[in-house]
Design a binder for this molecule. Sequence first.
Ligand SMILES: [Zn+2]
Length: 599
Amino acid sequence: MIPQNVIDEIRDRTDIVDVIGGFLDLKRAGRNLKTLCPFHGEKTPSFMVNPERQIYHCFGCGKGGNVFSFLMEYEGVGFVEAVRKLAGPLGIDVDQYLTGTEDKSRLDPYYRAMEFATRYFKEALTADDPATKTANEYLDRRGFPRDIIEQFSIGFAPPSWEGLYREATEKGLSREILLESGLIMRSRGGSGYRDYFRNRVIFPISNLAGRVVGFAGRVLDDSEPKYLNSMENPVYSKGKILYGLDQARDSIRTSKTAIIVEGYIDHLMLFSRGITNVAAVCGTALTEDQARLLARYAKRVYIINDGDRAGIRAAVRAADQLVLQALETYVVVLPENEDPDSYIRKEGVDALGELMRSAPDYFTYLREEAGKGRSTASRRRQVVEHLLATISRVDDAVRREILLQELSGHFELPVETLRTGLTQARPTRRAPEEPPRAARQPGGKRERIQKEMFRLGLAGRDLAGLIVDNIIEEDLEGEEFRLFHRALREAHEAGEDPAGAKFAASISDPALAGLASEIALMDQPPGPPGEVLRDMLLWVKKASLKGEMQAMKERIGQLREQSPGETTAEEIGIAEAYRQCARELGKLEIREDSRLDGS
Ligand SMILES: [Zn+2]
């Protein structure tokens, strides 16, 4: 475990503005900085970063927290990884705390197996034997510069049956981990094991953090299967990773533009020609997760697929996903039977740039496609139905309306007609892969007052003390608020001043971070803080007592209905508790009255 004081030091010495500013374009807005939220699609910025408190919060989707939770969410890494990332530049070595076996992450053995294999494949590419020579000839023929081979750690799996298996186990890697990582497999008879990749050029696949999680192996000749991919394993899930995104991310972020291709070779071909904002899907259709990943960094995406039927079908599926993420989507149409690699070889990289500049957006592309050939009317109908089905999956009503308007313009159909079509498409909509992220519902009065009360509590130690002394967790409505109360109480008891940046920024618990950052970024309610807070405390306490009494009343009603004319022990107990509540409520009112009288 990394000691808390080390975590605190890393957080205190890191400026959240620098970290988030390294990823997103932050604009000053009063005391905060703001930008478009990377976690949900939006057109006007509701994502705030507060330098004073070192927290961020999105008022659109409710996500928020400190610098660690931002990295965890944005980079898709765990807490330790987020801490490690920030520790590096500060010269703090956190790995020294992670040597104990109990602290080793569950995934570490898989990463280590992948690192071992990457090294093994890489070294094999420089070995002195005929198979290696063929592999290098292949790479030269494809025109990969040596620095690209180096940068992407391209390697070679020799034709041996168990070279990797033997060397890995000699180095102490466990057979189970190698099996689960998809690096070895049981041999046919079932008695032994053999290497999974043999006599193939190897492309390591990395996650966003740049760690290898799997491999793709390509044959050196025309035999089948052309590509062999790692199986999914605990660190690799195909639909969540885009090949090359870790290296393309910066240039995608700067240009706001991403290019998506289908294959590793296409990707490297573009990358080595200086087009660096490119990523590839790994032998699957583009998934919702991948599209969401792209939407973090890009505003527009160009899909460049093979110019055959399969390529076009895949492009349409990919475009559907991208449109759902509110990305401007363009379809680059290559001449028939060309892929990006072959096209660049023949026509050069500038010609591809030209194709991209004149590429139609997705709707235009489909309209033009539908206008080709015979039976145009029924094709048009199909295309419109397809798009309506896509639009019906958009959760955001405004975005849905914008897409409908666009569709209406493109196909010269009245928007009303389309809207009717949409309602018909909606009931049959496919269940989303995961439930839509619930934005925090604007709450009622009780929630608002609870928030304002805590906002005042963050203004200083005395005020936090007032809350802790007068209110208990159970007085609050909503689990998050109770958790927040507990965190505040613990900080108060530890002698912390919540007005310092520390308290709000110290909350990494995801169940709480959103509410905490929201409260911390609220304006302080007007008026003298102590008095205003006392009013609120009374209100909250009363609301709590009234709620409790209401529940008791209901219960008594139930009991009387169940056994009319009979007074049960439970009823007597409840009645007594009710009277106590009423007395307390009365006292509260007296306290409030006398205070209002100014005594
Ligand atoms: Zn958001």
